[in-house]
Ligand binder design. Structure first.
Ligand SMILES: [Zn+2]
Length: 309
């Protein structure tokens, strides 16, 4: 078949300097967005921690908060933000929703395509470590599955010093954000661990029926990873890449591909703050990047629809 030259030139590199250059170039053309950067100092290098946000966020504006690239090899999230920034911005503007985006939550991992950072420091409990549950007997847990049986919750940075640099930075920056105005959070991931057919699934909390329209839309692009045992990110992985299947570590997804799991991650923290819509989007690593990006865009637009004034 004769190939036609694609009109849209999508960007697929994980060269961090190229990525940031391309991102800055795009943002220069969108006057209502601003970009800021903090420095992450690792033993093995210095990396920028990027924040993109609407220039003007008024006290009654609903905010969509997006995080991507927490796990470095999961590049579909950061690439979705870069490739679709204009579309995301336009859709948010049309619906009077403001944006706060951390497109590269683990920049050194992104640059070398590793789950954790360049120092190979994954802290006490990985780099998506945001809250701890204090149980009735005083012990602390980071994962209480679907139970709500706990005495109190705490920021994990108040409980442990052993957090990776990028997680520490996020804790620090979150405390300056207008968190009470955040009406939806999307944390974009990919699943390179389950190693299954291209499919999508999602973590969330509360009433899941509100996402029906979004799920129906996703289903048109890829199958849902539904009624499956999901233990990615919770199972032990051997050095050979072989997974140790431990049934008690996994949880079943429902018929829409949802897993409800209070696992101490950023979306779990936002849920505890009272953010109405808190989602972790997962697409299988086996899915072509452009399809994974399409699923991510469905989530972004769908969440904007849910929180618009
Ligand atoms: Zn991930």
């Amino acid at each position: 078949m004769k190939s036609r030259r694609a009109r849209v030139n999508l960007y697929y590199s994980h060269d961090i300097n190229d990525y940031i250059k391309a991102l800055r170039k795009k943002i220069r053309k969108i006057k209502s967005l601003k970009i800021g950067s903090h420095k992450l100092k690792y033993k093995n290098g210095i990396f920028p921690f990027i924040r993109i946000a609407s220039r003007e966020i008024n006290p009654d504006d609903p905010v969509l908060f997006i995080t991507a690239g927490v796990h470095g090899e999961e590049t579909a999230g950061p690439l979705t933000i870069l490739n679709y920034l204009k579309e995301i911005y336009r859709y948010a503007k049309k619906n009077k929703v403001k944006l706060i985006i951390y497109p590269l939550c683990n920049p050194s991992g992104f640059s070398q395509m590793t789950r954790y950072n360049i120092d190979q420091n994954d802290g006490e409990l990985g780099n998506n470590d945001f809250l701890r549950y204090e149980m009735v007997d005083g012990t602390m847990k980071d994962d209480i599955k679907s139970s709500n049986n706990y005495k109190a919750w705490h920021w994990s940075s108040d409980i442990t010093k052993d957090l990776p640099q990028e997680t520490k930075m996020m804790h620090y920056l979150l405390k300056k954000e207008p968190l009470l105005q955040v009406k939806a959070l999307l944390d974009i991931h990919q699943d390179y661990i389950s190693n299954e057919f291209p499919a999508a699934y999602h973590y969330s909390f509360g009433k899941l029926g509100v996402y029906r329209k979004i799920i129906n839309h996703i289903k048109k692009i890829v199958p849902l990873y539904k009624n499956r045992l999901i233990d990615a990110g919770f199972c032990e992985v051997e050095e050979t890449g072989e997974r140790r299947h431990e049934e008690d570590k996994g949880m079943m997804s429902d018929r829409s591909g949802f897993v409800v799991r209070h696992d101490g991650t950023l979306p779990d923290l936002f849920y505890r703050f009272g953010v109405p819509y808190s989602i972790t989007a997962e697409t299988m690593g086996s899915m072509p990047l452009n399809e994974a990006m399409k699923v991510n865009i469905i989530w972004i637009k769908g969440l904007i629809d849910l929180i618009k004034k």
